[in-house]
Design a protein around this ligand. Structure first.
Ligand SMILES: [Fe+2]
Length: 477
């Protein structure tokens, strides 16, 4: 491979639209091209506040020479300017062999449709009217910053048998904010794969021991690694082979010799697209989970609404458990799980006969044994839902006792999941303070005293203490 000697761009990729992603590790560099000192000043101030390094040009012609001589992550240009206007500037930049990938935002007071159409025709990525400039530009820069933070510190595994090429790529990727791991052949790369779990692989085609084709095949047949973007680098004569590699799951190929800057841009683009896809998939799953929880919570609400004595019980328990989770300094994920556990802890009562569930008086022995099945029924209902697997122990064990005398399994102490121990305290409090057909609810003070008595036998001491601190804090506030 001989990338050092040739700076002309010869890059072939299968993939996305040509769109440069800013590099991680350093502040975003933005060029403002505008003949109005006031607009340059206002924009510059705004962008600097967001952490950008700003360079100014007063017309398209100056803008072009500055853009050619330095690297930018984004260019914002006016339309009407002396010497060279914004449209001509954008068109020239987009025909530049290397600089064409810098996104250009056109900022104009013109709001006619034909101007907007023309801006996109000359290659602009956004058209912002000056009346909306402030918010729209902030949003665009924020988008760039978000992508940067997504990429910063990501690990790239570079596989090439040439030490000088490895060195060259390592330097360029490190400068762009990536962590780089080097391997001299495919076999070595496989060893490192297990050790470092890289976010992307950049591999040569011809190498001793195990070549790029062999490496690509092995990686894409392994479910732990098949999702890692794999970019292959080789010379023009290997095009047919490289196309074959795409069939084995490679994301793209780079034809040597190529410009090292373009290699970095390609790495950034593929990683950015990869993580954007992962993020949107995660958001989709999260929103599906929210909908699922909302549906199951509605079932619990409907179940409880049939009985004036249990109406709103699970919502109250959820609110108390969330307060405890905050008091215990749990992270956002832990607080969310606590809330769901509180809401769904009695879900299994759906499977209990109405003559037992709605019985106005105390239950007899046999009825009591049936009611005691509800934690297991709830755990069974949620069992197939993979995304709720963290919550199930809280549902199954919320009637266990710390001394091992609870049900359904007679677990003791820390054998009982923390969320279940927390729900147990909140559940006991809400049950004590609620009216029953056969007794009036206890006062807050009496209920707290009964909970305190249960500390270390029925209830978990840490959870009881946290619960007490929640009440003390509420009293003080
Ligand atoms: Fe329960």
């Amino acid at each position: 491979m001989n990338a050092e000697s040739d700076h002309s761009l010869r890059i072939s990729e299968i993939g996305q639209a040509n769109h440069q992603i800013p590099r991680g590790g350093s502040p975003p560099r933005i060029l403002i091209v505008d003949d109005s000192p006031t607009i340059r000043y206002t924009l510059k101030k705004d962008l600097q506040q967001m952490g950008a390094i700003v360079t100014e040009a007063t017309n398209g012609s100056d803008g072009l020479s500055i853009a050619e001589s330095r690297d930018f992550d984004l260019i914002i240009t006016d339309v009407e300017m002396p010497q060279m206007d914004g449209f001509a500037f954008c068109a020239k930049l987009k025909s530049h062999p290397v600089k064409n990938s810098i996104p250009v935002v056109i900022l104009s007071s013109r709001e006619k449709e034909e101007d907007i159409e023309f801006a996109f025709k000359v290659g602009a990525s956004n058209y912002i009217t000056k009346s909306n400039a402030r918010n729209d530009i902030r949003a665009r820069v924020k988008e760039i910053l978000d992508k940067r933070s997504l990429l910063n510190g990501r690990t790239v595994l570079v596989v090439d048998d040439s030490p000088s090429i490895r060195n060259l790529i390592e330097k360029a990727l490190t400068k762009a904010g990536f962590q780089v791991i080097l391997a001299e052949n495919g076999r070595k790369a496989l060893d490192l794969l297990y050790q470092y779990s890289p976010d992307m692989i950049l591999s040569d085609l011809h190498m001793p021991v195990l070549d790029g084709l062999g490496l690509c095949k092995i990686i894409h047949n392994n479910k732990d690694f098949s999702q890692i973007p794999f970019i292959i680098m080789s010379s023009d004569g290997d095009r047919a082979k490289m196309r074959q590699l795409l069939e084995y799951g490679a994301s793209a190929y780079l034809v040597k010799p190529f410009n090292i800057d373009q290699l970095v841009v390609t790495a950034e683009r593929f990683l950015s697209d990869h993580f954007s896809r992962l993020l949107s998939e995660r958001k989709r799953l999260e929103s599906e989970q929210q909908m699922l929880i909302a549906s199951i919570s509605s079932l619990v609400l409907a179940l409880e609404a049939r009985d004036q004595y249990t109406r709103g019980h699970s919502e109250s328990v959820a609110a108390l458990v969330v307060d405890m989770a905050r008091e215990m300094s749990m992270d956002e994920g832990g607080i969310e799980r606590a809330k769901i556990a509180g809401k769904l802890h009695d879900l299994g009562k759906i499977g209990i006969r109405d003559d037992i569930l709605l019985k106005p008086g105390p239950l007899n022995g046999e009825e009591w044994e049936i009611l005691k099945l509800h934690p297991l029924i709830g755990a069974d209902i949620l069992g197939p839902i993979q995304s709720l697997s963290d919550i199930i122990p809280a549902i199954r064990s919320h009637h266990e006792r710390i001394d091992g005398k609870g049900y359904p399994e007679g677990l003791k102490g820390e054998q009982i999941h923390l969320l279940a121990r927390m729900v147990a305290v909140a559940d006991t409090y809400d049950a004590l303070t609620s009216n029953r057909p056969y007794r009036k609810g206890f006062s807050n003070e009496d209920a707290l005293a009964i909970i305190k008595e249960g500390e270390g036998t029925q209830l978990c001491p840490e959870c009881v203490q946290s619960f007490m601190r929640v009440f003390e804090k509420q009293r003080r506030d």
